[in-house]
Design a protein around this ligand. Sequence first.
Ligand code: MC0
Length: 145
Amino acid sequence: MFMRIDHIGIACRDLEEKIELFSRTFELTVVAREVNEEQGVKEAMLHIADGEGGGSYIQLLEPLSDDSPVGKFLARRGEGVHHVAFGVPDVADAMRKVQEKGVRLLDERPRHGSMGSEIAFIHPKDVGGMLTELVQAATPSQNAK
Ligand code: MC0
């Protein structure tokens, strides 16, 4: 079902400060910046590598408000890894397969994610405490380079 790790999402209080830190420390380049009102985040994607199945990234996330998912996470746990996202060829199919195994999805249908992707989240409590995201990249070429 999973083709690759698409991205690791990291919750931060100051997006610009963390972009500067990650770019400088790990020599990564920002390839996309976005505000996603539906998810309540301002974010940046830092490219790591392209491999079989597509790219992988570090995703830096600053909350748009305290009562958004990332805002609540920061208040409870502080800055750090917020979720892990796996690349899948077909997000609706992956959602169905996961649900059949008795795992709770947080989304009834795919939502809009970074760089035009389609995404869905799995409840962290059902998969060992890790908030897990399924990602279908925007174009077939992003899925299979
Ligand atoms: C909460 N919990 C987590 C967690 N957030 N565990 C692991 N990782 C996280 N990120 C735990 C809490 O500590 C709590 O555990 C339990 O889950 C239930 O939490 P809750 O009180 O219901 O907390 P809420 O209301 O904050 O909801 C958590 C939930 C929510 C995961 C359901 O954040 C959600 O629906 N997230 C999916 C959407 C999202 O995260 N969007 C932002 C990224 P205890 O043991 O205390 O009961 S958007 C994004 O990333 C997009 C743009 C993209 O990738 O393209």
